[in-house]
Design a protein around this ligand. Structure first.
Ligand code: 5AD
Ligand code: FES
Length: 358
């Protein structure tokens, strides 16, 4: 197994069969020694490009309205047990401002697929944040739109876009989503975003219902081909009101193995240790950093609305204020030998990879 890890470390590519073989060995319970070897290789690679730095993104979850009905998600349209909310543009700008003063140089505007704010209003919000804080990167995470809309927001100053593809296998996609949602359209969105010049984040859930090792191998091959700047992954966590309420959660070990394999496959990628990872294990995010992750994304939303944005059960940090989370994370990251920094945290080869390289 070490040979395959070394091979990936050297040339960042394995065949599908090799990935499946490696995944099946690494996810067996008795293989902690091999997993530790993998994590150590992943750390070597991340430190080559990003040293001991951990970048922060301040997440503003500004609306939990959503028109979709993804089977896994807690804020799906049909869930009647969600108290819906929308922040006003003034509230959103106040969160961004607070984030700036706490040391965030990236804000992520995230919501369900909510068309209440029209294209222009979102554009105005992006422009207002950039005007207020020129050294801040603005990331959007608003779901699937058409290319001219993405282009408009880019022209308003948006730097990055997060859109997890959720799974790279069409038949699996169809088991996670109702028929109105199209796998092809989602992938097309990622291609459009890249072409426009955004730094793009793709991603998927680990241990989602019906996922096999072959699917996970397909994820790694898909990512290698797409070459996104960021990859967001976290364990699937069952949400009690969703159609997938009774399915088992993804595991810590499987998620850590995937983080490390992604780091070796895409050495320069921006890779968050996600809130979902921190939810399935009290030290999940720290362990994620030690498996090759280099980003954390704490919440900047007002504490009053945080409990209402629950994509999955038992989400952490819903009672804390933004400043508390920042402080808490600083301590946690330092405890494993890394350092939370106040920087935009762009992809290392930005100038080579995007049209708006700096
Ligand atoms: N468990 C874990 N992650 C989830 N997401 C949505 N629902 C869940 C869940 N039940 C993830 C999806 C989505 C991102 C915002 O959150 O991958 O893209
Ligand atoms: Fe939010 Fe620790 S990061 S309380």
């Amino acid at each position: 197994m070490k040979e395959q890890i070394d091979k990936l470390y050297r040339n960042t590519f394995l065949t599908k069969e090799e990935y499946i073989d490696l995944l099946s060995k690494l996810t067996q319970t008795g293989q902690q020694g091999q997993r530790d070897y993998l994590y150590q290789k992943a750390r070597t690679v991340r430190e080559k490009y990003y040293q001991k730095k951990v970048y922060t993104r301040g997440l503003i979850e500004f609306s939990n309205y959503c028109k979709n009905n993804c089977y896994y998600c807690g804020i799906r349209a049909e869930n009647q047990n969600v108290e819906r909310y929308r922040l006003t543009p003034e509230e959103i700008l106040a969160c961004a401002d607070e984030g700036y003063h706490l040391g965030f140089r990236t804000v992520v505007l995230q919501s369900g697929e909510d068309f209440f704010y029209d294209t222009k209003q979102i554009g105005n919000l992006v422009a207002a944040i950039k005007k207020q804080h020129a050294d801040t990167a603005v990331t959007l995470s608003l779901g699937e739109r058409e290319k001219p809309v993405y282009q408009y927001w880019y022209d308003c100053g948006a730097d990055r876009y997060l859109l997890r593809h959720e799974t790279a296998t069409k038949t699996h996609y169809q088991k996670l989503h109702p028929s109105g949602l199209s796998f092809e359209h989602r992938i097309q969105c990622l291609l459009d975003l890249k072409e426009i010049g955004y730094q793009v984040g793709a991603g998927f859930m680990v241990g989602s219902p019906f996922q096999t090792l072959e699917h996970l191998a397909a994820e790694l091959l898909f990512l290698k081909k797409l070459e996104p700047h960021m990859v967001g992954i976290g364990p699937f966590i069952a949400q009690k009101d969703s159609p997938f309420a009774a399915y088992p959660n993804g595991t810590l070990d499987q998620t850590l193995v995937l983080l490390a394999l992604i780091r070796l496959t895409l050495p320069k990628v921006l890779l968050p240790a996600t809130t979902a990872l921190g939810t399935i294990d009290p030290q999940g995010r720290e362990k994620g950093i030690l498996a090759g992750a280099n980003v954390v994304m704490p919440n900047l939303s007002p504490a009053a609305v945080r409990k209402k944005y629950q994509l999955y059960d038992n989400k952490i940090c819903t009672g804390e204020e933004s400043a508390q989370c920042r402080g808490c994370l600083e301590t946690r990251i330092r405890s494993v030998g890394y350092e939370l920094v106040t920087e935009r945290g762009d992809y290392v080869d930005l100038a080579v990879c995007t049209k708006r390289g700096e």
